[in-house]
Write a protein that binds this ligand. Structure first.
Ligand code: G6P
Length: 624
């Protein structure tokens, strides 16, 4: 949670920092700020409670003079309410040392109490402010007389003060610190929260994720836990928390910064919904053929012996990724490999019964979700091997996991996940097929049928997207509804859950996703006249049962909106139809979720909600 930016170089820091913060706003957006050292080595600090646009205006009205080094932050509150006082950057008692931080300092109250006794005055309720006072205190104990010292002579002292302060911290942090007396260096550190360094021409960058600096450079170094970087304009040096010098070779990021922009769509979410044929293509590319799966084996290095040995699969994930996991469970079980799924946050107790017979599949778009990372650690401690399905190269999950399968969906900016979900489900099909072939659970001819049909899915999604106007019209008819029910069975039950989640997230409307057969055991009591029930009723071995459940809902006054295909339509009597192309039932979630994403989008649009940045949510939740 929270986005950090930092810049030192020949460009105006204010512009680079604010531009970066706009790209990081999906990580949190309740308040933000920048701190820049101006031409006279004075601190320029501007903060607002609210969005980065407001900060941009404030800085434009009263611009910094000079200023080629600075740090910025966009916040998602954990300690202390969203307010200007609690917004980052935070300063020490003398407004000289300044910090931005992402994460949680678990022992901050203890440190704060000690520092208060030695006279430090705190201006906010945050855990972060404790760190900056701690650095100030360490500077004192290093007996620096900064008044007349040359800036370059102060650099080792500043480094040592930050290093010692970090040694006292418990918890998670990604942080960047500057000191007005030492304007040629930013210090950055990482412990359990992501931080990347961008290596540019004429200057270097710091950010929570690379999208903040991709416009300037594609060369990046991802700090590991326990590492510090001394970032200067011409070069960057890396150290362990113990002060040992380290070497890092940069990686080249393939994403284009325009890939992270709206491309003519009103919202990132709509753009990302329309990018989904490509999400499936990109996740499939080069991985399905030859059938024996050796392409995939080379890519993820997962030995065939492991695939043959494992007795079951345990999927862990949060939010939308959890729904991809639920789909994955049906897919693995379809190919005779027992699978279970848990919310990562509920996994702790189950981790105890896991051992090396279980392969953990951790699914996370960001690869930074704290609950998922924690669950992975617990599973590993129990002896299980872990494969990550993620969209984010260099993310923490990729380093925690034994094997990684990237979804390659490109940056997802809308907080409500769409294209990453398609990538995650596609990855499940790829893996499950690969496993089935290697374990001999499927004949090659049958595997080939799945492969051929999977390769057609991008075109079927395009055809579904072409029906957007019908969905817009239906959504318009129900935009005033206060409750929605989403129902289906078997592998489309998770899609009902996802449809309900989307509408809750972005339109702030109460919605329930339910297994259609379970309705009669409770939720049917919720139905009264005019209640919209979205039923996924595409061709299925369960179709007659779903048709029956639709009748039960209608008998209680529900207005049924049915997602059907050309064959199932005649079996379903509904108020409205959304017709999608037919595919194999097992693959149908990849198509059926599209109208539900669009439906939620159009309801939210009609309600004038802030679709890309829904209230109270963050794209990447790095607290547990
Ligand atoms: C947050 C987002 C969701 C996302 C979930 C898991 O809650 O708002 O859209 O599904 O985190 O994120 P991950 O990055 O682990 O897939």
């Amino acid at each position: 949670m929270c986005g950090i930016t930092g810049y030192i170089g020949d460009k105006k820091a204010a512009e680079v920092l604010i531009d970066g913060l706009k790209r990081l706003e999906y990580r949190g957006y309740d308040s933000c700020g920048v701190a820049i050292i101006n031409g006279k080595n004075e601190l320029y600090l501007r903060r607002v409670s609210g969005r980065v646009d407001a900060l941009d205006e404030l800085v434009a009205k009263d611009p910094v003079k000079g200023g080629f080094v600075g740090i910025g932050h966009t916040r998602w509150a954990t300690h202390g309410v969203p307010s200007e006082d609690n917004a980052h950057p935070h300063t020490d008692c003398n407004n000289q040392v300044v910090i931005v931080h992402n994460g949680i300092i678990e022992n901050y109250l203890e440190i704060k109490e000690k520092l208060s006794k030695t006279g430090h005055k705190f201006k906010s309720e945050t855990d972060t402010e404790t760190i900056v006072h701690l650095v100030e205190e360490k500077l004192k104990t290093l007996h620096v007389s900064a008044a007349n010292a040359r800036a370059d002579m102060l650099e080792p002292v500043f480094f040592e003060a930050v290093r010692r302060a970090i040694a006292d911290l418990k918890g998670s942090f990604a942080l960047s610190v500057i000191w007005a007396k030492c304007p040629n260096m930013i210090l950055a550190a990482r412990q359990h929260s992501p931080l990347a360094i961008g290596l540019g021409e004429g200057g270097n960058f710091i950010a929570s994720d690379v999208s903040a600096f991709l416009k300037y450079t594609k060369k990046a170094v991802f700090l590991n836990d326990g590492e510090l970087a001394a970032v200067k304009a011409p070069s960057v040096s890396y150290f362990s928390f113990q002060g040992k010098k380290l070497d890092h070779s940069p990686v080249t990021i393939q994403w284009d910064s325009t890939m992270a922009e709206k491309g003519g769509y009103k919202h990132f979410m709509l753009k990302e919904i329309h990018e989904q044929p490509g999400s499936v293509e990109n996740t499939l590319r080069g991985r399905l053929l030859p059938l024996k799966g050796d392409v995939l084996e080379k890519e993820i290095n997962l030995p065939t012996a492991v695939i043959r040995e494992i007795k079951n699969v345990q999927i862990i994930a949060c939010g939308t990724a959890y729904h991809a996991g639920l789909v994955g469970r049906y897919v693995f079980e379809n190919f005779a490999l027992p699978a279970s799924v848990d919310f990562a946050s509920e996994f702790s107790d189950r981790a105890k019964i896991i051992n090396k017979d279980t392969l953990i599949i951790a699914v996370s778009q960001s690869g930074e979700t704290a609950d998922t990372l924690h669950a992975v650690k617990e599973a590993k401690a129990s002896g299980a091997r872990v494969i990550a399905i993620t969209n984010t190269v260099g993310s923490t999950l990729t380093r925690e996991a034994d094997y990684v399968l990237y979804t390659h969906c490109g940056p997802e900016i809308g907080v409500a996940s769409t294209k990453a979900f398609l990538g995650q489900m596609t990855a499940m099909y790829v893996l499950a097929l690969h496993f089935a072939v290697i374990r001999g659970n499927i004949f090659d001819t049958d595997a080939r049928i799945y492969v051929d049909e999977l390769l057609k899915i991008p075109r079927l999604i395009e055809a579904t997207l072409a029906g957007e106007d019908n969905i817009l019209k239906i959504a318009g008819d129900f935009a005033g509804s206060e409750h929605f029910l989403f129902i289906s069975r078997y592998i489309n039950f998770p899609i009902a859950l996802e449809g309900a989640l989307k509408i809750k997230e972005i339109a702030y409307v109460h919605a329930e996703g339910y297994a259609a057969g379970e309705m009669k055991h409770g939720p049917i009591a919720l139905i009264d006249k005019g209640m919209p029930v979205l039923a996924i009723a595409t061709s299925s071995k369960m179709l007659q049962l779903v048709a029956g459940n639709i009748e039960e809902a209608k008998a209680r006054g529900a207005e049924v909106i049915a997602i059907v295909d050309e064959d199932s339509r005649e079996h379903i009597k509904a108020s409205k139809y959304i017709v999608v192309p037919k595919t194999l039932e097992i693959l149908s979630p990849l198509v059926n979720v599209i109208p539900l994403q669009l439906f939620a989008y159009f309801i939210a649009l009609a309600k004038k909600c802030d679709i890309d940045k829904p209230r109270n949510l963050a794209k990447s939740v790095t607290v547990r």
